[in-house]
Design a protein around this ligand. Structure first.
Ligand SMILES: Cc1cc2nc3c(=O)[nH]c(=O)nc-3n(C[C@H](O)[C@H](O)[C@H](O)COP(=O)(O)O)c2cc1C
Length: 192
């Protein structure tokens, strides 16, 4: 496996719809031969932020936080899959992101967004872009919006709209280029 990608999904709602977008992207990234982790906040179940990972003494962070830190340290690029809640990102997504810091540095991110309607979550994506820059994992230029998320995929994760496959391929081409470029540079030097 050449590079490692973490796909971070942000909804914990019982009737969540966006998990199909996260699983579709997991499939597409795996098809490229990359090692992939799908980070589902329901599975890791972090508490609302009390201490960031770095604030724990070594070995004292909760097990699921330790597990995420290990994954994030190995990660070369973060693919964030965000729904749109009141024009911003879901709280569980922000909660995961806020728990970590140094694990993200000098690695690229890419934003896939979705909504029930025709705007595809782009207003949340614009907020997210500012957050990812602050976290030290600046996002690539392209965004990947999925519109009408509840009806976009069939049961085998095949999109019903042809544009999705094409725009996903272009988006991942760009992302993987940055993943590789920044990894090469990290192996030579990091500024701090
Ligand atoms: C709290 C809340 C706020 C929402 N706000 C928006 C919004 O601002 N714009 C929008 O297009 N959809 C909005 N929606 C609809 C979501 O796009 C839709 O419910 C989507 O499936 C949410 O993602 P999830 O199912 O993965 O949690 C909102 C949904 C929730 C639960």
């Amino acid at each position: 496996m050449k590079h490692t990608i973490s796909i971070i999904y942000g909804s914990v709602r019982t009737e969540r719809q966006g998990i199909v977008a996260a699983k579709y992207l997991e499939k597409k990234v795996k098809e490229r031969g990359l090692k992939t982790y799908l980070i589902d906040p329901l599975e890791y179940n972090l508490p609302f932020l009390d201490k960031m990972y770095k604030e724990y003494e070594k070995g004292e962070a909760p097990a699921q936080m330790e597990q995420l830190a290990t994954i994030f340290n190995q990660t070369d690029g973060f693919l964030i899959v965000s729904g749109e809640y009141n024009h911003s990102i879901p709280p569980a997504l922000k909660n995961i992101l806020d728990h970590f810091q140094s694990e993200y540095l000098f690695k690229p991110s890419a934003i896939a967004c979705y909504s029930a309607g025709i705007f595809g979550g782009v207003r949340a994506a614009v907020h997210l872009r500012a957050i990812l820059g602050e976290l030290g994992m600046p996002s690539i230029s392209s965004m990947l919006p999925f519109i009408t998320i509840g009806e976009l995929f069939n049961d085998d994760l095949v999109p019903k709209n042809d544009i999705v496959e094409k725009s996903t391929a272009r988006f991942l081409d760009e992302f993987v280029w940055y993943v590789e470029a920044l990894k090469n540079q990290r192996e030579k030097v990091v500024p701090f």
